[in-house]
Design a protein around this ligand. Structure first.
Ligand code: NDP
Ligand code: 8X3
Length: 249
């Protein structure tokens, strides 16, 4: 039986690349996001193996209703890819906008937790499933302006470790994929609200690409059922962590 995968944030970047790759690999994919016209365009190119689903990660009622609201034939979600997410701003904590912080927490933490809570019982009941989160190196390595975004990804990281523990004894797998600098998506455009500044983030680098993320997700899912990849940290060759710094008088 072909696995059904739900990919949040399929309208751009990683989520779109993951959806395209998994349909190509023979999975049935439910792709979600707010920009419905992009989901429809994806269905036009991927065909009936792709189901477009308008879903706002800040809409708790829709997330909670998912198990019963999904169309007939698509209700048994075997794999959940928690990809939808965003960063807003690069200012130091003391100069940020609290609404931006709340939106990051609402999307990256609360929305992710809600949809996982909604779909996990079905996986456990069927004793078959996999939850994959797209975390970030920002959840491990602090950097200036990373404040709440990095903290939201640290939450994802520990949530996934704890999920593994709770799922022990079931055949439901859990993986946190933690990429570093990745171009070819709208992440920096959304974060900085300025396309020229976003392009500057990648100037002179050869960043990871959404296809690299999709390749890794496809590998993690395709491993034999007894193998669980707990976490993967991946960076482009041109990136490494910065180490500690000191300010002197
Ligand atoms: P993009 O901005 O290209 O894509 C983000 C996706 O998330 C879009 O499909 C968007 O859909 C969706 N999304 C955002 N907010 C909501 C919401 N409220 N409701 C529903 N969907 C939402 O970014 P990336 O592809 O780069 O990022 C994907 C994930 O990877 C994020 O979790 C990000 O934090 C993480 N990541 C990114 C890295 C990078 O360098 N690019 C590195 C490490 C991790 P729509 O707007 O249509 O609703
Ligand atoms: C995205 C990578 O380094 O911009 O999660 O935080 S970074």
């Amino acid at each position: 039986m072909t696995d059904t995968v739900l990919v949040t944030g399929a309208t751009a970047g990683f989520g779109r690349a993951i959806s395209e790759r998994l349909v190509k690999d023979g999975y049935r994919v439910i792709g979600t996001g707010r920009r419905v016209e992009r989901l429809d365009a994806l269905q036009a190119s991927l065909g009936d193996a792709f189901l477009p689903l308008a879903l706002d990660m800040l809409d708790k009622d829709s997330l909670r209703g998912l198990p019963t609201e999904l169309p007939e034939g698509w209700r048994e979600v075997d794999v959940l890819i928690n990809n939808a997410g965003l960063a807003l701003g690069m200012d130091p904590a003391q100069s940020t906008n609290i609404d931006d912080w709340e939106r990051m927490i609402g999307t990256n933490v609360s929305g992710m937790v809600e949809i996982t809570h909604a779909l996990l019982p079905g996986m456990v009941e069927r004793n078959h499933g996999h939850v994959v989160c797209i975390g970030s190196t920002a959840g491990t390595y602090p950097y200036k302006g990373g404040n709440v975004y990095g903290a939201s990804k640290a939450f994802v990281s520990q949530f996934m470790r704890n999920l593994r523990t709770d799922l022990l004894g079931t055949r439901v797998r859990a993986t946190n994929l933690e990429p570093g600098l990745c171009g070819g998506s709208e992440f920096s455009n959304v974060r900085l609200g300025d396309d020229a500044k976003a392009a500057e983030v990648y100037r002179g680098t050869k960043p990871l690409l959404p296809e690299d993320i999709a390749e890794t997700v496809a590998w993690v899912l395709g491993l034999p059922e007894h193998v669980n990849i707990n976490r993967i940290e991946m960076m482009p060759v041109c990136q490494a962590s910065g180490g500690l710094s000191v300010v002197r008088d």
